[in-house]
Design a protein around this ligand. Sequence first.
Ligand code: ASP
Length: 350
Amino acid sequence: MQDRRHFLKAAALSAAALSLDGITSEKAQAADASKGKVTKPIVVSTWDFGRAANEAAWDVLKKGGRALDAVEAGVRVPEADPNNHTVGYSGFPDRDGRVTLDACIMDELGNCGSVAALEHVTHAISVARAVMEKTPHVMLVGDGALQFALANGFKKENLLTPESEKAWREWLKKSEYKPIMNIENSSYGPDKATTFNPLKLPGNVYNHDTIGMVALDANGNLSGACTTSGMAFKLHGRVGDSPIIGAGLYVDNEVGAATSTGVGEEVIRVVGSFLVVELMRQGYSPEAACKEAVTRIVKKNKERAKGLQVGFLAINKKGEHGAYCLQKGFNYAVLSEKESNVLIDGKHYF
Ligand code: ASP
């Protein structure tokens, strides 16, 4: 705790010239790049709930720990948060009332592990890591993933909280499957007739989100983690982009790392995170690479893309970060010695 306070103080001083927006962040990155400086360690993650996750990741990174350990520790925070209904415990269930989780993890050596449609285990990310480290496979799904988890010491839990069950029962009344965008001009929202707010919480309630986190450690190694309960009220068995290596997450220790959030079907179509990393390999900045991946989604079907949210987030080997999304409303959290867990709005296509 003491360490953290010192860090924050130091960060506040060194970041005195930085405000909490993306523009100054870009300027700082450009200045560093021209000096050939690498910002490390650094961790970035999707959405405002990424800030609490970043804190946990930073506890590992600031001690010189491995990016892999940092991203696992980081995303376990929203996985365990009962107030987060889009990741882990208390995630909104599928249309049959079952909470099914998707997650994957990837390290600096290209090792990766993944679970899809996993039930009854809060920390899907740790099961994904166990798949990576203890099996010759990359991906386990459904009951096989659960059996593997139980055999490896994970406890069987009920992930459906009374709140999430209430939301599902509310949804059942109409049984209308529709992703609800976290964007300001959504047809859903507190001021709209179609408000989706079964829990009567203040503000908008969205029915999908993911924590995607990528980090560069003090040794200059990259890793990433991605975990979600997926689209609320999805068909049982539906798997999104988040557990798919290359779609929801990709790490190449020579180049950079990327992750995604939003409607997974769109991300899978363009193999989004792999695309972002390959574009960075060709010299694109993280933001330009994310923008090009978003543009690919639009090119496939502009009308469909207009009604959906997808956001990409990336860092490169220099510790530069950037994001881009389809619609206004996506943000990400950045924590390094220069940027003290600032929340940055992603630029958007529409
Ligand atoms: N990408 C997730 C999925 O499709 C959901 C989200 O991030 O909003 O399952």
